[in-house]
Design a protein around this ligand. Structure first.
Ligand code: SAH
Length: 220
C-alpha cells in the first residue's frame, strides 16, 4: 500500500495531538497511548497527510468523513472498554476508530453501509493484523448472529436510539450514540439496566454524518 510509512515527523505530530487531546479533557492514558500506536495518516488520502494530526475531520470517499480525533477519543472514553470486551461499531468508515478499539484489546465487530469504504478499511485493518470482524451491511440491523455485545458504539448521527441495537446490548452493557435529526446530535451514554430499562446521560453536542438505512454499492 502506498503511504504506510511512519516517520519521526509523524510521530512528533502525534505527540502534539495527544497533548492537545489531554488538554481538552481526555484523561484515559490507554486511549492516549492508542492514539500514538495507530498512525492516523494511514487512514487518509495522501493529500491530507500533512494535516492528519490536526483536530479535523476529512473526506474519506462516498461522501463520508473520518471523525475528529477528539470525537474518537471522547466516544472511546465514554464507552469505557476493558480488554476482551465484545464491541459492536456502527460506521466503520476509514477504520480508524475500529483500530483504536482493537488496540485497547477489545474484539470489534464493525458494520459499514458503503461497500467501497468497507473494502478499503478492511485492507488497512488487516495491515495492522487486528482480527476485527467487518461487515458490509445496514447498521440498523446490528449483528444478530454475534450478539449480545458488552459495548455498542455508533459513529454516525442516529435520528433515534435504534431498538434492534438496544436488544443486542448485554444487560449492564454501554451504548455510546450521537442522537438527533439535522446537523447536530447529542452524545448519549446509555447503560442497559435490564430488558426494557436503560439509564441515559447526555454529553454535549457534536456533528456527525447521518445514520442512513440500507446498503450502498458505491465504488467511489
Ligand atoms: N468510525 C468512522 C467514522 C466514519 S463516519 C471512522 O473512524 O472513520 C460514519 C460512517 O457511518 C460512514 O462511513 C457512513 O457510511 C456510516 N454509516 C451511516 N449509516 C450507516 C448504517 N446504517 N450502517 C452502517 N454504517 C453507516
Amino acid at each position: 500500500m502506498k503511504h504506510l510509512i511512519d516517520t519521526y515527523k509523524h510521530k512528533g505530530k502525534r505527540k502534539i495531538l495527544i497533548s492537545e487531546l489531554a488538554e481538552m479533557g481526555i484523561s484515559n492514558q490507554q486511549i492516549l497511548e492508542a492514539f500514538y500506536a495507530i498512525p492516523r495518516h494511514y487512514f487518509l488520502d495522501l493529500v491530507f497527510e500533512d494535516q492528519a494530526y490536526s483536530n479535523m475531520a476529512f473526506q474519506i470517499g462516498a461522501g463520508q468523513t473520518i471523525s475528529h480525533p477528539f470525537t474518537v477519543a471522547f466516544q472511546t472514553e465514554l464507552l469505557d472498554v476493558k480488554k476482551g470486551d465484545k464491541v459492536l461499531e456502527i460506521g466503520t468508515g476509514s477504520g480508524f476508530q475500529t483500530c483504536i478499539l482493537c488496540q485497547l484489546g477489545t474484539k470489534v465487530f464493525s458494520v459499514e453501509r458503503h461497500l467501497s469504504l468497507h473494502q478499503k478499511s478492511k485492507k488497512i485493518i488487516e495491515f495492522f493484523n487486528f482480527n476485527a470482524k467487518l461487515f458490509f451491511g445496514d447498521g440498523y440491523q446490528g449483528s444478530p448472529s454475534y450478539a449480545p455485545f458488552d459495548r455498542i458504539l455508533v459513529t454516525c448521527g442516529a435520528p433515534e436510539i435504534p431498538n434492534e441495537l438496544l436488544k443486542q446490548l448485554k444487560v449492564g452493557g454501554i451504548m455510546v450514540i450521537p442522537v438527533g435529526e439535522g446537523a447536530e446530535q447529542k452524545m448519549l451514554k446509555i447503560v442497559k439496566i435490564n430488558d426494557g430499562e436503560v439509564s441515559l446521560k447526555e454529553y454535549g453536542t457534536f456533528k456527525f454524518v447521518p445514520m442512513l438505512e440500507h446498503k450502498v454499492n458505491s465504488q467511489k
